[in-house]
Design a protein around this ligand. Structure first.
Ligand SMILES: *[C@@H]1O[C@H](CO)[C@@H](O)[C@H](O)[C@H]1NC(C)=O
Ligand SMILES: *[C@@H]1O[C@H](CO)[C@@H](O)[C@H](O)[C@H]1NC(C)=O
Ligand SMILES: *[C@@H]1O[C@H](CO)[C@@H](O)[C@H](O)[C@H]1NC(C)=O
Ligand SMILES: *[C@@H]1O[C@H](CO)[C@@H](O)[C@H](O)[C@H]1NC(C)=O
Ligand SMILES: *[C@@H]1O[C@H](CO)[C@@H](O)[C@H](O)[C@H]1NC(C)=O
Ligand SMILES: *[C@@H]1O[C@H](CO)[C@@H](O)[C@H](O)[C@H]1NC(C)=O
Length: 444
């Protein structure tokens, strides 16, 4: 073979490789091609009125309903189940697009393009044939206001999937205002549970990035039995007084990393429940909200341990708590160990550092017996900023199993009327390091 021939063969090889790459371009399953409709005619608030009344009928007994509403263009449109650009269409479109994408041999993408879509509860399940599937949302999906007839714990549930990516810059708007008004969980232990915006159940090897979750009716995101997940560049937003709107709740999951995200809610920005292992939280801004919490632990029998949690380089602003660990009194035995909180900056935070092993919200527990959850190898390091109460480090350990903590480099100031900044500890074995301003465990 001459050198020209060799070059030509190389050229052909390269070309065929390139063609293969080109052919393997990720197929996109666009909900629009499955009957999904964005609503271009009306604004959200008007469409919501229509949607909600149709919605109530759709999920109620009488499905034969029409609603007439004057729209932006001055024309009165009559909406029926069929003509409404609404929940049923979008649910079908998304679930069908998902089925095809999930059944794809090669990596695939489900796309919700720009636009506003009304969508009821959907369940997107695997296992998928492809080992990588992207749920790309560029538009905004809007939940029905009224879930009363639905009895679901999740608006959008993703379950049993390997290699999922959620991305696209879009928004999940849970429209929780009505649910918050109906939420009586602070008085009623058997209260109705409203759905979370996003439920991630049994997912392995997941990336969630560049999305916004707004005004969920309940928790914004729950992570349950997931293994390996990166959560990056999220915005989570609900008013500071909206009940139970935790940003991200993790339970029974391992190797989860949350980073570069801004979370403001009416409850914990991030809460880490039983069975969480190797969780890393960095560069999260939290506020308003109840802070970043481990717990509540010890409520149920056979809870799994919490091991290996690191929270670092986070800012908390205007929250009720900064870093909090909470366990129930008269609890089941349990363990939370290897917990590290470092480089935390607080401003206007009521309890910057708080360990509460007598946590008993709404007094629905027996406070006489001690918590049996052992806190071990817990480190608070380089916690700085401004507290809005004078008790800046508050440790209430367990009488039965005193907590074991290491506290170093605290610089927390208080400028209010309740005296100077102080730190209170009970039932705690504390090892001090670095500088302490104010002195840690000055009072007991
Ligand atoms: C639905 O309502 C229309 C009038 O709005 C009526 O003509 C039709 O018979 C109704 N269909 C059923 C199944 O009730
Ligand atoms: C996820 O990983 C677990 C544990 O290795 C395995 O049992 C499960 O089948 C996996 N699920 C998926 C969808 O990959
Ligand atoms: C998981 O966390 C534990 C406890 O902190 C630690 O010993 C272990 O090295 C971590 N595993 C990995 C793979 O990072
Ligand atoms: C302490 O934490 C702050 C962030 O709150 C960070 O800027 C600073 O570098 C940290 N100091 C050390 C010594 O790590
Ligand atoms: C703490 O965060 C505030 C912004 O919320 C910033 O102005 C301040 O410099 C930060 N302090 C440290 C020590 O990083
Ligand atoms: C503690 O923080 C204050 C500001 O709140 C600052 O002026 C002071 O230098 C800090 N002290 C140390 C030891 O870092």
């Amino acid at each position: 073979m001459g050198s020209k021939t060799i070059l030509y063969v190389i050229y052909l090889l390269c070309l065929s490789a390139w063609v293969e790459v080109a052919l393997a371009i990720v197929p996109v399953f666009n909900v629009i091609n499955y009957g999904g409709k964005a609503d271009g005619r009306t604004d959200i608030s008007q469409q919501s009125v229509v949607l909600d009344s149709i919605q109530q009928q759709l999920y109620g007994a009488n499905k034969n309903v029409s609603v007439s509403l004057k729209q932006n263009d001055g024309v009165s449109y009559v909406y029926t189940e069929k003509s409404c650009n609404c929940v049923e269409f979008m649910n079908q479109a998304l679930t069908n697009a998902w089925k095809d994408a999930c059944g794809s041999k090669v990596g695939s993408t489900v796309l919700i393009p720009k636009g506003t879509y009304f969508m009821g509860p959907v369940l997107l399940v695997g296992p998928c044939r492809t080992a990588s599937i992207e749920f790309r949302i560029e538009g905004t999906v809007v939940a029905p206001m009224d879930f009363a007839a639905l009895k679901t714990n999740g608006w959008i549930t993703l379950r049993n999937i390997y290699g999922l990516t959620i991305s696209g810059g879009g928004t999940f708007d849970g429209r929780g205002q009505k649910a918050w008004a109906q939420n009586d969980c602070s008085q009623n232990p058997n209260c109705e549970q409203f759905p979370a915006n996003l439920r991630f159940d049994f997912l392995n090897h997941t990336l969630v990035k560049d999305i916004t979750s707004l005004n969920s009716k309940n928790f914004h995101m729950t992570i349950f039995k997931c293994n390996g997940m990166i959560i990056q560049n999220l915005k989570i937003k609900a008013p500071g007084d909206s009940p139970n709107t935790d940003g991200i709740h993790i339970g029974n999951s391992e190797f989860i990393a949350i980073t570069q995200s801004v979370i403001g809610t009416g409850d914990d920005c991030i809460s880490i429940g039983p069975g969480s292992r190797n969780i890393t939280i960095t560069h999260v801004f939290c506020g308003p909200g109840h802070g970043i919490s481990i717990g509540s632990l010890g409520k149920y029998q056979n809870e799994e341990d919490v091991v290996g949690i690191t929270v670092s380089n986070c800012i908390l602003s205007g929250t009720s708590n900064g870093i909090r660990i909470k366990t129930f009194p008269s609890s089941r035995p349990g363990l939370a160990s290897d917990l590290t909180f470092e480089n935390i900056n607080v401003s206007n935070v009521f309890n910057p550092v708080i360990v509460d092993q007598e946590y008993c919200p709404h007094l629905h527990c027996n406070q006489q017996a001690p918590s049996l959850v052992q806190l071990k190898n817990v480190k608070f390091k380089n916690i700085t900023g401004i507290s809005s109460s004078n008790v800046v480090v508050n440790i209430v350990g367990s009488r039965a199993v005193p907590c074991q903590l290491e506290i170093g480099d605290i610089n927390l100031s208080y400028n209010g009327k309740d005296g100077s900044a102080t730190s209170i500890c009970s039932n705690a074995k504390v090892v001090l390091s670095g500088r302490q301003n104010p002195p840690t465990c000055a009072r007991s």
